[in-house]
Design a protein around this ligand. Structure first.
Ligand SMILES: *Cc1c(COP(=O)(O)O)cnc(C)c1O
Length: 379
């Protein structure tokens, strides 16, 4: 049944070899910039490419500040600390995400709370968020949102823009404002995705990006914190061992982290960012071909939400049931085409199995049906 899908994907990539889910493309000035760092000896924690990469990402996203980090998980960790997350707090997120989102919460000594996603956006549902809060929390006289079960502070909420498709940010912002929650966007997958004309990750209090090898552009490993001026300054300080500027003394005025992005990685990032818009044109072309292919079939291709421009980082299709999903996975992978099921829900992992959660009907429904299809930039 899925043999025609195998042929269709092979035609897109003009290839009879193994086709990966997402491979990076280095066809710009990557070699020049990386060689430049080696020749200058500035490959490590300081250097002109780090400043330039931060500046270029801030300009592209129209974020007041962008602070480079060693990976996206580190960026999330610091963003949550800056959002005020403390040990013992609760942080609401979606169960349908990559484990990094929840791990960053745990690094802060806080606990994730899992709330359902929307079927349309695959992102955190504002309706499910409001429902969980109404049933389980109240805002106290000091304006702090607390669990009615044990008084723990519900500090923040992290929606994730799944596969590059923006979540319903206006509604999430409204719920967070009324319930006094900080909104931090996990925009790891959505560089180049815009919600009502604004770049994802710049709409909440803070946002984070990832430049891991499988993301839309890569620095090898890397991440970015998007923030206003004040939080940007704090982010820079915390990610650079909390060292005070001084010509020769070592003064670290609080507990900091060595989360800087090395200059050699930033050089790769500068070259990749020059190619981003061209990548997105090709990714959107591929997505429209997939959409056309699945049009009129039983399977539903996941399209960008209205009022959004998605980067279509990973293409996804929703099968009718688990059996059909398994057949798709089997036929494609047996024929050298890499496809993958969506992540297992975070509340199934042993470390998060006892976490608080709302009804997860949509997440469970999607978990059984969604498959990611090859999405590398077309040749
Ligand atoms: C990639 C990713 C991250 C960050 O991952 P790193 O590998 O640490 O850069 C965080 N959240 C989501 C949803 C991701 O896909």
């Amino acid at each position: 049944m899925f043999n025609s899908l195998v042929s269709f994907i092979r035609e897109q990539y003009h290839s009879d070899d193994f086709i990966p889910l997402h491979a990076p493309v280095f066809a710009g000035r990557e070699r020049d910039y990386v060689t430049d760092t080696i020749e200058s000896t500035f490959v490590s924690s300081v250097g002109a490419y780090v400043d330039r990469f931060e500046h270029d990402i801030a300009t592209y996203t129209a974020s007041p500040r962008a602070i480079a980090t060693v990976n996206g998980t580190a960026a999330l960790h610091i963003a949550l600390k800056l959002a005020g997350v403390e040990p013992g707090d609760l942080v609401i997120t979606q169960p349908l995400t990559f484990v990094a989102t929840c791990n960053a919460i745990a690094y802060c000594g806080a606990e994730p709370v899992f709330v359902d996603v929307d079927r349309q956006t695959l992102g955190l549902s504002p309706v499910a968020l409001e429902a969980w809060l109404t049933e389980n929390a109240r805002v106290d006289d000091c304006g702090i949102c607390r669990s009615t079960l044990d008084g723990k502070v519900v500090r923040a909420c992290i929606p994730m823009h799944t596969f590059g498709h923006p979540a319903e940010l206006d509604k999430l912002l409204d719920v967070c404002a009324r319930w006094k929650l900080a909104l931090v966007e996990d925009a790891a997958e959505s560089l180049g995705s815009f919600y009502k004309g604004r770049h994802t990750g710049t709409i909440g209090l803070l946002g984070t990006l990832s430049f891991n090898g499988n993301k839309i552009i890569t620095t090898g490993g890397g991440g970015m914190i998007l923030a206003n001026q004040e939080l940007g300054n704090r982010a820079k300080h915390l990610t650079t061992t909390a060292k005070q500027p001084h010509p020769y003394e070592y003064v670290h005025d609080e507990l900091g982290y060595n989360y800087r992005l090395p200059n050699i990685n930033a050089a790769l990032g500068c070259a990749q960012l020059e190619r981003l818009e061209a990548f997105i044109v090709k990714k959107r072309e591929l997505a429209s071909r997939y959409a056309e292919y699945f049009d009129g079939s039983e399977l539903e291709f996941v399209r960008e939400p209205i009022n959004c421009r998605s980067n279509y980082w990973l293409n996804a299709v929703i099968c009718t049931d688990r059996e059909q999903r398994d057949a798709l996975l089997k036929t494609t992978n047996n024929n050298g085409i890499m496809t993958r099921p969506i992540w297992a829900l975070m509340n199934r992992l042993p470390i998060y199995a006892n976490s608080r959660k709302g009804a997860l009907n949509n997440a469970e429904w999607l978990e059984a049906r969604v498959v990611n299809l090859p999405s590398s930039v077309l040749p």
